[in-house]
Design a binder for this molecule. Structure first.
Ligand SMILES: [Zn+2]
Ligand SMILES: [Zn+2]
Ligand SMILES: [Zn+2]
Length: 254
């Protein structure tokens, strides 16, 4: 299994438009964060979790030639705004692309992309096959996926576990039953926005505490704000086995 961090930034991305802070001005490539998303390849299946506004550049940068599915964590725009750019995969693969999400996520997508779902479609619009998922495990071309329900303030969000790898973004609360589902995960990607408290995201300290409870061999943080601080500086402060994610980072698991 290969996982690529396509984006590790919060909703505005890093740098933020018009911001002159040291992080936004940093020349370190790890301080340049597209909106949060991952690409996962396993058993010949190629999928992305979320299609944020940077989806097109992410696919170009990671060189993703084939896409079997999109899985949505939740309906926020920083996770859905790039969906129109799946069209090249429609053309090259000559098929509808399955998109998986909970009912309220698919309903929101159907509203925001009404032209995709219209009965009278303009030629060349994205072709998708919306597949509703629940909290029950599901499969994508034989690859088994376990949803991990979490809360993002009051909004239900799904994390996903793929074998020994788990991805949990946009959360500030993980219920006990979901902590159980994360037990034994070897690699974990977890939401950590910034040091200051926030209404809907884990802070750095909260994320470290949760990561240590889950006890993965390696935890990487994502959905990072420019207010977190410089990648290099913050990464050094983290306990062993915990690191900040950065765009382009690749992880290979057996
Ligand atoms: Zn988000
Ligand atoms: Zn800034
Ligand atoms: Zn969100």
């Amino acid at each position: 299994m290969k996982v690529t961090f396509l984006g590790t930034g919060t909703s505005q991305g890093v740098p933020v438009i018009g911001c002159d802070c040291q992080v936004c001005k940093s020349l370190d490539f790890r301080d340049k964060r597209f909106r949060s998303s991952i690409h996962l390849e396993a058993n010949g299946v190629s999928l992305v979790v979320d299609t944020g506004p940077d989806f097109r550049m992410q696919m170009l940068r990671a060189g993703v030639k084939k896409l079997d599915a999109v899985i949505f964590t939740h309906e926020h725009k920083d996770h859905t705004a790039g969906l129109d750019d799946i069209r090249p995969y429609n053309f090259s693969q000559q098929m509808d692309i399955p998109i998986f999400g909970r009912r309220q996520v698919l309903e929101q997508i159907k509203q925001e992309y009404s032209y995709i779902f219209s009965t009278k479609k303009y030629p060349g619009v994205p072709q998708v096959n919306a597949i509703e998922i629940t909290e029950n495990p599901f499969r994508v071309n034989g690859l088994s996926i376990i949803p991990i329900p979490v809360l993002h303030y009051k909004l239900p969000v799904l994390g996903f576990r793929f074998g020994d790898f788990s991805y949990v973004t946009d959360a500030n609360f993980i219920p006990a039953e979901s902590m159980k589902l994360l037990e034994g995960t070897e690699i974990l990607i977890l939401d950590a926005l910034q040091k200051d408290s926030h209404i809907s995201h884990f802070t750095l300290d909260e994320a470290v505490e949760i990561a240590q409870k889950i006890g993965a061999k390696k935890t990487y943080f994502t959905h990072i704000s420019h207010r977190m601080g410089l990648h290099d500086q913050i990464d050094r402060e983290l306990p062993e086995g915990i690191a900040l994610g950065y765009d382009g980072l690749e992880i290979t698991l057996d």
